[in-house]
Design a protein around this ligand. Structure first.
Ligand SMILES: C[S@@+](CC[C@H](N)C(=O)[O-])C[C@H]1O[C@@H](n2cnc3c(N)ncnc32)[C@H](O)[C@@H]1O
Length: 311
């Protein structure tokens, strides 16, 4: 291997002249290291104390929503889907119970790999023989995740610091992503996760990550494995979320069904409906229905009033 030393200014110039180098640098910085059941003890605890409870508590709704930001190539998302599948079997709830897992990452190439669900033979080191046998099929020298598990997960490119969040979640697993962000961004994400979770929702972080100063918003379920529960409180951290940063440029209103728009709503009080030219703020009811279509709120182009996006 040969190392060439260059001055920072020279490298910046090189970046300016070579867009493909910018792409490479971006990829280097993302650090997509991951594995199935990373920290096996943490996943065992999640299964035994959290997932079983989530399923029992949602027996009437027969639906559960999970978000995994920074999912990399899918191993974490499939691990969680496997746990849910095992618990559904244990509780004899398989069939009409819908577990929706949204797994997102800023790295589009990682998301493409995750969607394929095809992994090298060495994943056998991270999975028990029973799980390998039950949830994968062997193809040549690779393991393909089974259709049942694959269909529980929706993968999508998404920048957790800028794109609109998922909402009404029972569980957020955001592991080994916060450590790469500045303290300021970590704070923003904590407020965002509080807003995105259901009242009793669970936040599962990586072993080197914490909720920081958000102790009023989350109680600790397990200190070692960084499992937290959103606190019951009338006051939501929504007020501290800088929603402008999670605003997506333009959602053509006509192309999205209303229930999809409700999912994108960046505030519990207002639904933003945007077209390329205008943006409307409509009153939004927490019971998942728009209470009125009359434009009682502001009308105009919201994007003009938004602060510049962070990098
Ligand atoms: C170290 S990996 C962690 C993967 C997995 N969560 C785990 O614990 O095994 C960090 C992942 O975060 C993703 N990431 C970094 N910044 C992100 C952002 N702003 N939005 C979404 N994903 C991001 C990277 O692309 C990478 O795949």
């Amino acid at each position: 291997m040969c190392t060439i030393w260059v001055k920072t200014e020279q490298y910046v110039r090189f970046l300016q002249d070579n867009p493909q180098e910018v792409e490479l640098l971006f990829k280097e910085l993302l650090i997509g290291v991951t594995s199935f059941f990373r920290d096996p003890e943490a996943f065992e605890l999640l299964k035994k104390t959290i997932v079983l409870d989530i399923l029992k508590n949602n027996e009437n709704e027969r639906a559960v929503r999970v978000w995994i930001p920074g999912c990399s190539t899918g191993e974490e998302a499939y691990s969680i889907a496997i746990i849910f599948s095992e618990c559904l079997s244990k509780l004899r709830l398989k069939g009409d119970f819908k577990v929706q897992i949204f797994a997102t990452d800023i790295d589009k190439a990682a998301i493409d790999k995750a969607r394929q669900g095809l992994y090298p033979a060495n994943i056998a080191a991270d999975l028990s023989p029973e799980r390998l046998e039950h949830f994968f099929s062997k193809e040549d020298n690779k393991y393909q995740i089974n259709k049942d598990i694959r269909e529980m997960v929706v993968f999508a490119p998404h920048n957790v610091t800028m794109d609109p969040p998922f909402t009404r979640l029972d569980l957020i697993s955001c592991r080994n992503l916060l450590i790469y962000l500045t303290a300021e961004l970590q704070k923003k994400l904590m407020a965002l996760f509080h807003y995105s979770l259901m009242p009793d929702g669970i936040l599962f972080l990586g072993t080197s990550e914490t909720i920081g100063r958000f102790i009023d918003q989350f109680s600790t379920v397990d200190t070692k494995w960084k499992i937290y529960q959103r606190r019951h409180s009338e006051q939501t951290a929504a007020d501290t979320v800088d929603f402008a940063h999670f605003y997506r440029e333009a959602i053509p209103a006509g192309e999205l069904a209303l229930n999809k728009l409700l999912n994108w709503s960046p505030s519990p009080r207002w639904l933003i409906v945007c077209s390329l030219r205008t943006s409307l703020l409509l009153p939004y009811s927490s019971t998942n229905r728009v209470t009125s279509y009359t434009y009682t709120a502001e009308q105009g182009n919201i994007s003009n009033r938004l602060p510049a996006r962070p990098i």
